[in-house]
Design a protein around this ligand. Structure first.
Ligand code: CA
Length: 244
């Protein structure tokens, strides 16, 4: 750990934390899936006459897919799409995504989950995704750590990230925990915002192309460049929170 990140852990100065559950975002945190999503988004949006860049896919990451589609259709085509119309475009995006090679699990994820479990904390997953095959894969890859009823998806909330609703639902599903008992792990600006807005201690993993400042400005309490570094520093983070 660099001396600066050590300093960050020890100097946040918050009180009243009592960590009991860690809520992981999925894409860009558990899976190195963002490059595939970027390509699938671009292809699908183009078919419906919407210009959408790889940068757009990172900037909108974590939002419900249908919300992203409705926003861009309104801005570029002047159309107010219904939820159903947006869902049809999302289905095309999901189709392209699933034709791509399976994204790998990031190095360090399983090690981190083992440490969290050994520390006696629960684990939940909170994603804006509505892609069922990917969600099924989560239960397959992480079934030792997370049960299916502790996964929150786009189907569970009306208002997606950056609203706090998905993480509040994640706390509820994991066992009716308080925000002060939750640690959120996120890679995207909208997701970090959602975790902080829910009142959880929010860890940013900057696995994408954005500047660290973008994630810190949305309210991240601490930032690591990789999930492996967070795994290596899990004990420090937990100790610092429990001592407050
Ligand atoms: Ca993400």
């Amino acid at each position: 750990m660099s001396s600066q990140s050590q300093q960050n852990i020890l100097s946040t100065g918050e009180t009243g934390r009592n960590p009991k559950v860690v809520l992981f975002d999925m894409d860009g945190v558990l899976y190195d899936s963002m490059p595939n999503h970027g390509v699938a988004w671009q292809r699908a949006m183009k078919e419906f006459g919407i210009h959408f860049t790889v940068e757009d896919s990172y900037a909108t990451e974590g939002a419900r897919g249908v919300d992203t589609i409705r926003k861009y259709a309104k801005e570029q085509l002047g159309k107010d799409l219904t939820e159903e119309e947006a869902q049809r475009i999302y289905d095309v995006k999901a189709h392209y995504f699933h034709k791509m090679p399976e994204a790998k699990v990031f190095d360090g994820v399983v090690a981190l989950m083992k440490k969290i479990k050994a520390s006696g904390l629960k684990i939940g997953i909170v994603t804006g995704s509505a892609q069922l095959p990917l969600i099924e894969r989560v239960t397959r890859d992480f079934g030792d750590f997370v049960s299916a009823d502790q996964i929150t998806t786009a189907y569970d909330v009306k208002r997606g990230k950056p609203n706090p609703d998905p993480y509040l639902m994640g706390l509820q599903k994991a066992g009716n925990y308080l925000p002060s008992e939750g640690i959120v792990v996120e890679n995207a600006p909208l997701g970090v915002h959602a975790g902080a807005a829910a009142g959880c201690y929010t860890v940013a993993i900057n696995s994408g192309p954005l500047a660290d400042s973008v994630l810190l400005n949305e309210g991240a309490n601490i930032l690591f460049p990789t999930i492996r570094e967070f795994a290596d520093n899990w004990e420090h983070v937990l100790d610092s929170l429990e001592k407050r």
